[in-house]
Design a protein around this ligand. Structure first.
Ligand SMILES: Nc1nc2c(ncn2[C@@H]2O[C@H](COP(=O)(O)OP(=O)(O)OP(=O)(O)O)[C@@H](O)[C@H]2O)c(=O)[nH]1
Ligand SMILES: [Mg+2]
Length: 190
């Protein structure tokens, strides 16, 4: 696995490149950076933070010189000011509107709890683009065996009627890595 960090950008400084781009979005602290590290088998190419809401920029990673993963700023950080949250919405909207190489979207949802309204809302925003969309439920290593069934029902409730593809994931155990990779491969082929 060959991965190159292309840098941290704002919407204004985001560079063009000739690769298909896959955006990774999700609530602040949901595990976006850990997801990227696990996927590309690097311990810390993406910065994992103990303080939520750290990633304020769009970070680009070139994978196997074939496609770019874009780590988007996390939304819904409750301690962020209203102005910051508004800026996030503007940035993401602008990113979605102008990013010509954008080929697919991966939305991360915290698998430890039932999905929050903001997760459903975000899926609504991203669905507008009519691009392939994968919903990934993170931190599944933290879900007790007895609760897995209930979480599966939550996931089905969120994804089935919208015909969304989903995967369960753990950056700790590697659960779901294969599923996500095959989804990415499939997406790049079409
Ligand atoms: N147990 C467990 N913890 C995880 C997993 N993924 C992420 N975490 C933890 O969750 C916290 C946030 O992870 P990050 O990867 O920084 O999350 P993020 O979405 O990039 O956060 P921001 O960039 O701040 O929005 C860290 O303490 C991680 O160690 C996972 O699969 N399992
Ligand atoms: Mg991050």
């Amino acid at each position: 696995m060959d991965v190159e960090f292309l840098g941290s950008f704002t919407q204004a400084t985001l560079p063009d490149h000739s690769y298909p781009e896959i955006a990774v979005g999700g609530r602040s602290n949901v595990g976006k950076s850990s997801f990227i590290n696990a996927l590309v088998s690097r311990r810390r190419i993406a910065h994992v933070s103990s303080t939520p809401g750290k990633t304020r920029t769009i970070n680009l990673y070139l994978c196997n010189r074939r496609f770019v993963l874009a780590d988007l700023p996390g939304y819904g950080f409750s301690r962020a000011s209203r102005a910051e949250q508004a800026r996030w919405t503007r940035d993401i909207e602008s990113y979605m509107e102008h990013r010509t190489g954008l080929r697919a979207i991966i939305i991360l949802v915290d698998g430890r709890h039932p999905p929050m309204p903001i997760d459903t809302e975000a899926i609504g925003w991203f669905s507008v683009l009519e691009l392939p969309l994968l919903v990934v439920f993170t931190k599944m290593d933290r879900v007790k065996r007895a609760d897995i069934g209930r979480r599966q029902a939550d996931i089905a409730g969120m994804c089935d009627e919208r015909h969304l593809e989903s995967a369960m994931f753990s950056a700790k155990t590697g659960l779901g890595k294969k599923d996500v990779w095959s989804w990415i491969e499939q997406t790049l082929k079409t």
